[in-house]
Structure formats: structure tokens, C-alpha cells
Design a protein around this ligand. Structure first.
Ligand code: AMP
Length: 284
């Protein structure tokens, strides 16, 4: 595994790889790696001849009162995991290399960026879209791998790739979960033991939605109500949103026809966790 710390060196390395006719798979991350990240790495290694993983805690996607400075970091452990996973290049650029003085240009995916998580995290998806486009321009990957856990992020990035005619093919892979169903996330480390126990309500409430849907319910209202009720019964949980929406527009749906996203965000103390499932309703 080669470790690269500057944008310039990464661009040269990517040029060389492409010059040899090899394909590049890319997994952008903020580090503090877990099984979710490693599932993306595995798929990249299967699909592409060279795998590049980036670790960059992107200041642009954190709000002024968010957890940028206390976001968990463990570069030594990350490096060992990636070496073991057999990647080719680990790219860890510095903040000033990515955002030098005078930096002014950003990418916005109008409409989609302001809904769901965008409501409580203004500017977040502008930061995500901007850094991902920059990373794509630096690494110029054939494929890039993202997790379904961050469904809104994945949909926004696919929209950006299509709208801006990017050459990179975006692949979205299933959410990896703990044994009790909680989606694995670097932010789970913020939870107290009581909050961690409580947090299983995210997956349980989504399972309940799936069950009700499986029993034939197609109206979104009653399903949403059941999810809200279940989370409401958990004293440590505070709902940010529970939405049943069209996967392309993020508009709330009345009836579940075609692919519909059930997306939830819930606070446990000051930690905000997200999860989602897709329900596949047949169109009449
Ligand atoms: P992050 O380091 O949180 O920015 O995540 C980097 C990538 O890993 C993103 O594409 C996430 O969607 C993905 N990811 C994070 N957690 C999971 C998970 N539990 N299962 C699958 N993918 C995940």
C-alpha cells in the first residue's frame, strides 16, 4: 500500500495508473474505519484493478456548531486495516492542500440538498458534493463506492454525476449493521451505554415499517405513524425526522408505489443517528 499525502502526488499517481490502462476504484471516507467502509473497499477490489481510499475529515461539510474537531480519528488503526484489506493507495490530503487560501467554488444540488438531513445541517451537502467532485477530479476513478446508510448523500452524488456528465460510475452498497441491527457508524462511539441500547429502535422501527408494508399497507401515513410511535416510546430518543419519500425528488408520498425511501434521523443526547430502508411497491 502506498500512502499519498498531497493532491499533486495523487494526481500524478492516478495519471500513471490510467496510463498503464488500469481501472481505478475509489472509496472516499472520513476515516475511523469500520466494517461499513471495509465492505466498500472489498467491492472496489472486486470491480477495479486499483483501489484508492481517501481519508479526509472535510471541514466544509460540518456546521459551525457540529463535531468537526471532536470527530473520531485513529489514523494508525485505519492504515493497518487498509493494508490488511489489500488496497493500493491511501490518500490523506491536508486541509490547506484541499482548500487553499482564496478557495471560493462550491457545488450545490438544488432542492435535494435542503431536505431531510439538509434541514438540520444547512450547508452539509454543499460541502459533501464539493469535496467529492474535487476528489473525483484528483483521483479520476472509473468507479466510486458509497453506502446506502447515507441514502441522501448517495442520491445527491448520483444526481451530481449525471448533471455534470462525470465519467465516474457511482455504486451504492447495502448498509452494514451490528448484530442487533444498529447501522455501523463512526458516530456510534459518542453514545453512552444506555443510549447505545436505545439506538436499536432505529432499525426496529424500520423493520416494523417493512412488516406493515409486507402485510399489504400501501398508505404512507399509517406506516409513518407507527414508526413515530415506536421511536416516541423510547425515552432517550428524540425524533429529528421520519419521512416516506420518492427516491428521486425527496417529496413525501401518500402511497407507496415504485421505490420509496423510509428515512429517519433520531437524536440520542447530542448524537444524531440516521438510518433508512427502501420499500419496493408495484406500480398499479
Ligand atoms: P464516512 O466515513 O462516514 O464519510 O463514510 C464513508 C462511506 O462509508 C460513505 O459512503 C458511507 O455511506 C459509507 N458507510 C458508512 N457507514 C456504513 C455502513 N454501516 N454500511 C455501509 N456503508 C457505510
Amino acid at each position: 500500500m502506498r500512502k499519498i499525502g498531497t493532491v499533486g502526488e495523487m494526481k500524478t499517481a492516478a495519471d500513471e495508473i490510467r496510463g498503464c490502462g488500469r481501472t481505478i476504484g475509489f472509496v472516499p471516507t472520513m476515516g475511523y474505519l469500520h466494517e461499513g467502509h471495509l465492505s466498500l473497499v472489498k467491492e472496489s477490489r472486486r470491480s477495479a484493478q486499483t483501489t484508492v481510499v481517501s481519508i479526509f475529515v472535510n471541514p466544509l461539510q460540518f456546521g459551525p456548531r457540529e463535531d468537526f474537531t471532536r470527530y473520531p480519528r485513529d489514523p494508525g488503526r485505519d492504515e493497518t486495516l487498509l493494508e490488511k484489506a489489500g488496497i493500493d493507495i491511501l490518500f490523506c490530503p491536508g486541509d490547506l492542500d484541499m482548500y487553499p487560501e482564496g478557495f471560493r467554488t462550491t457545488v450545490e444540488v438544488a432542492g435535494l440538498q435542503d431536505k431531510l438531513c439538509g434541514r438540520s445541517r444547512p450547508g452539509h451537502f454543499k460541502g459533501v458534493a464539493t469535496v467529492v467532485l474535487k476528489l473525483f477530479n484528483i483521483v479520476r476513478p472509473d468507479y466510486a463506492f458509497f453506502g446506502q446508510k447515507d441514502a441522501q448523500q448517495a442520491i445527491i452524488l448520483k444526481r451530481m454525476a449525471e448533471d455534470l456528465n462525470l465519467d465516474t460510475k457511482i455504486e451504492v452498497l447495502p448498509t452494514i449493521r451490528e448484530r442487533d441491527g444498529l447501522a455501523i457508524s463512526s458516530r456510534n462511539t459518542y453514545l453512552s451505554p444506555e443510549e447505545r441500547r436505545s439506538a436499536t429502535v432505529l432499525f426496529k422501527s424500520l423493520e416494523k415499517a417493512r412488516r406493515i408494508f409486507g402485510e399489504g399497507e400501501r398508505a404512507a401515513g399509517p406506516i409513518r405513524k407507527q414508526v413515530l410511535r415506536m421511536i416516541g416510546n423510547e425515552s432517550l430518543a428524540r425524533v429529528d425526522y421520519v419521512e416516506i419519500i420518492n427516491t428521486r425528488t425527496f417529496e413525501a408520498v401518500d402511497r407507496i408505489e415504485g421505490d420509496v425511501l423510509v428515512a429517519i434521523a433520531v437524536f440520542f443526547g447530542s448524537t444524531r443517528l440516521i438510518d433508512n430502508i427502501i420499500l419496493e411497491g408495484k406500480r398499479e
